[in-house]
Write a protein that binds this ligand. Structure first.
Ligand code: HEM
Ligand code: NAG
Ligand code: NAG
Ligand code: NAG
Ligand code: NAG
Ligand code: NAG
Ligand code: NAG
Length: 605
């Protein structure tokens, strides 16, 4: 444990400023006395000392704003419209976002601002240039056409580094290129069609569900599928599965606390605490994964003040100990094995190469244990919750819209029948399945918000073509939201808030998406497009086919979510999905269903 927690470092820095300023003021006074023969009274200096910081800051902001207007005008542009909040320094926006985080629906408040000010605006919190957009042409510039001018940036990286290190998710420039090129070969088509492993874990997951349903209980599908993706991911990334599916499923919060032995798991007799939590490595690992992400996403949310919340301790320290405790020995072993193989001059046969994990491939390129740990953990974080949450949302929609479920079953039965294991080619042919996944990713994209820093000043086309373009100053923070963009009626048509997979198959495709492909970006685009996109479609399609072969319908029991995750009744009066949906979408780095998704399912004959 270090005493230099993020909080202590920040306080020391903050206190240093007035100190340096005081020394400066005293020095100026001495200088004037000695060489200017000017003796000014102490009260005057004290007043100058107290008043000059706000005056200086105000002057700096005024000069900066004047420069921005001038530079914008020189380019025939205008500055982005500023949100005019009621609170000092627009701190009201910060408070609004904080409230949303705890009790709100994603992007609450931001939709209102968009309605009044258009799809691009400067949030101007604490006078910082933070130009928010959900305009496809702007996101296209950031991600693709002008990729070189936008970085994750040092600030972002510092906030994330205690969890993500310098991995592919958390680096820019040459470091990012190094990580991306190191990882990319693993995601080539060859690698991603090996379904043996998925099938093994899918079978365990489905057995667990069946046993619970037969005993008359509902299952938290999000928890269950999160174990499926965790077991799959640790196996294909590290070659060492955490076996979280054997750790005993939780019971709904209202089940009487007398369930001690869980006979439904494959290792019957897993000891459960009375409230249904199994204590195991797997539990610890997945909790640590959640806690670490929660801690770094809080840093983003609290922006400049986060170090103040981490004065006693770095909140990522404890979960990272658990994660590193699992991953580091595996990495070290892989490095040692590689070294001994090199010494003996052993070569792998092509057969073995096919079974290689990501780690096996990485150790051929570097033996730096930190790089190896960062890289595997980055991909684990990138790939695990994203797929689990998307699958949860798909099953939610299938419970909500039985017609969609029936059509999906029809397609699956037509292409692979009621029991055959699907192949890559089978899955590629399932157009409706893909449309269902796309429609789910449109309404609930698991990475709903994203952020970059603009390196050099630039301009963005105005959403309103009669207006001049928008000037983006150098160093501006540019957040954007695909969640909001995916629901814009002007981009997707009047039924934008309706769940309708057919929009990816019928005429609406040609009307909206084909002419403007950047209106749909669940995986981002450009050079930093999700590396695991194909992998994710395959994994999700595979398990969905298996689920639907085994079950004919899903029923959602929202009342089984813990009380704090019950959807607030006042949401019912809102238009759109907020008024329709029966789960509580929450966010850390990615979106998920707060309190899980408690379902039962009808077994197929
Ligand atoms: C439904 C599933 C998924 C969705 C919606 C998704 C979405 C995304 C998005 C939006 C990004 C960009 C993040 C950013 O700009 O900071 C991203 C990046 C990434 N994703 Fe995924 N992802 C999914 C699954 C996966 C899987 C299964 C893997 C790997 C096994 C994966 C690996 C990555 C990696 C390595 C990056 C970083 C790429 C880079 O910065 O160069 N993703 N993903
Ligand atoms: C930003 O501007 C600097 C100096 O004008 C230039 O050297 C650099 O290439 C520019 N970077 C980008 C990404 O345009
Ligand atoms: C469940 O029980 C364990 C041990 O009895 C306790 O530490 C934990 O806080 C409990 N969790 C909940 C959600 O009540
Ligand atoms: C899980 O974590 C708890 C509390 O941090 C610890 O006591 C326990 O030994 C851990 N279990 C395993 C198997 O790592
Ligand atoms: C990261 O933390 C710093 C303070 O250390 C803060 O100024 C910044 O806004 C945070 N977030 C981003 C995206 O840079
Ligand atoms: C789903 O979206 C992807 C882009 O992410 C696209 O390539 C694919 O054609 C879409 N498929 C269907 C059936 O909508
Ligand atoms: C766990 C389980 O019962 N899985 C079954 C799901 O359906 C397929 C196809 O009918 C069976 O092969 C599995 O045994």
């Amino acid at each position: 444990m270090t005493i230099f927690t993020p909080g202590v470092v920040a306080i020391t820095r903050t206190l240093a400023l007035p100190g340096i300023f005081a020394v400066g003021t005293v020095a100026v006074r001495r200088f004037l006395e000695k060489y200017g023969g000017l003796v000014l009274p102490t009260w005057l200096f004290a007043t100058i000392y107290v008043l000059s910081p706000p005056v200086l800051i105000t002057c700096r902001i005024l000069v900066r704003d004047w420069r921005q207007r001038r530079d914008a005008a020189a380019l025939g542009a205008r500055i982005a419209p500023r949100v005019k909040g009621k609170w000092f320094a627009n701190l009201g926006l910060l408070k609004m976002m904080m409230n949303n985080y705890y009790r709100g629906y994603p992007a609450d408040g931001l939709f209102n601002i968009m309605e009044h000010q258009g799809p691009v605006f400067n949030m101007n919190i604490l006078w910082q240039n933070m130009v928010f957009t959900c305009q496809p042409e702007h996101i296209q510039l950031i991600l693709a056409t002008d990729f070189g001018n936008y970085v994750k940036g040092e600030r972002f990286q510092r906030n994330m580094s205690s969890v993500l290190g310098s991995g592919v998710f958390n680096s820019d420039g040459d470091m990012w290129k190094f990580h991306r090129s190191m990882t990319r070969p693993f995601f080539s088509r060859d690698k991603i069609i090996h379904f043996d492993m998925f099938d093994r874990h899918a079978d365990s997951a489905i057995s667990l569900m069946k046993a619970r349903f037969r005993a008359g209980y509902a299952v938290d599908f999000q928890d269950l599928i999160g174990r499926f993706t965790l077991d799959s991911a640790t196996e294909f990334l590290l070659g060492s599965c955490v076996n979280s599916l054997t750790a005993g499923l939780p019971y709904p919060h209202n089940v009487a606390p007398n369930v001690v032995f869980d006979s439904s798991t494959s290792n019957a007799g897993t000891l459960l605490s009375p409230n249904g939590t199994a204590f195991s490595l797997a539990r610890n690992f997945s909790n640590a994964l959640l806690d670490a992400q929660e801690a770094v996403s809080a840093r983003e949310r609290f922006s400049m003040i986060w170090p103040m919340l981490e004065i006693h301790k770095d909140k990522t320290e404890k979960p990272m100990k658990v994660l590193n405790g699992f991953i580091q020995p595996i990495v070290n072993e892989a490095v040692a094995k590689m070294r001994s193989q090199k010494e003996c001059g052993e070569m792998k046969g092509p057969d073995e190469e096919e079974k290689e994990t990501l780690l096996d491939q990485l150790v051929k390129q570097t033996d730096d244990p930190v790089v190896l740990k960062d890289e595997t953990l980055n991909i684990l974080i990138a790939g695990r919750d994203t797929t689990a949450a998307t699958l949860t949302f798909v099953v939610y929609f299938l419970s909500m819209y039985p017609d969609t479920m029936d059509r999906l079953r029809e397609e699956i039965f037509e292409k692979v029948g009621p029991s055959k294991r699907p192949t890559y080619d089978d899955i590629r042919d399932m157009k409706f399945l893909r449309a269902v996944i796309n429609e789910t990713l449109r309404l609930y994209p698991v990475v709903p918000f994203n952020i970059r820093e603009c390196t050099n000043a630039t301009t963005w086309p105005s959403p309103d073509p009669t207006q001049p373009p928008i000037y983006i100053p150098a160093g501006a923070i540019v957040p954007w939201s695909v969640f909001m963009m995916h629901r814009r009626k002007d981009l997707w048509g009047p039924d934008a808030e309706v769940f309708d997979p057919d929009r990816f198959l019928d005429d609406r495709l040609k009307t909206y998406l084909v002419p403007r492909p950047f209106i749909f970006l669940p995986f981002n685009a450009g050079a930093r497009i999700c590396l695991g996109q194909q992998f994710a479609y395959n994994e999700m399609s595979f398990i969905l086919v298996r689920l639907i072969q085994n079950f004919t319908s899903f029923t959602h029991f929202p009342e089984l979510s813990p009380p704090e995750f019950q959807v607030p009744p006042e949401w019912k009066s809102f238009p759109g999905r907020k008024g329709i949906d029966k789960f509580f979408p929450k966010m850390t780095l990615t979106m998920y269903s707060g309190g899980g998704l408690w379902i039962k399912a009808q077994e197929a004959e």
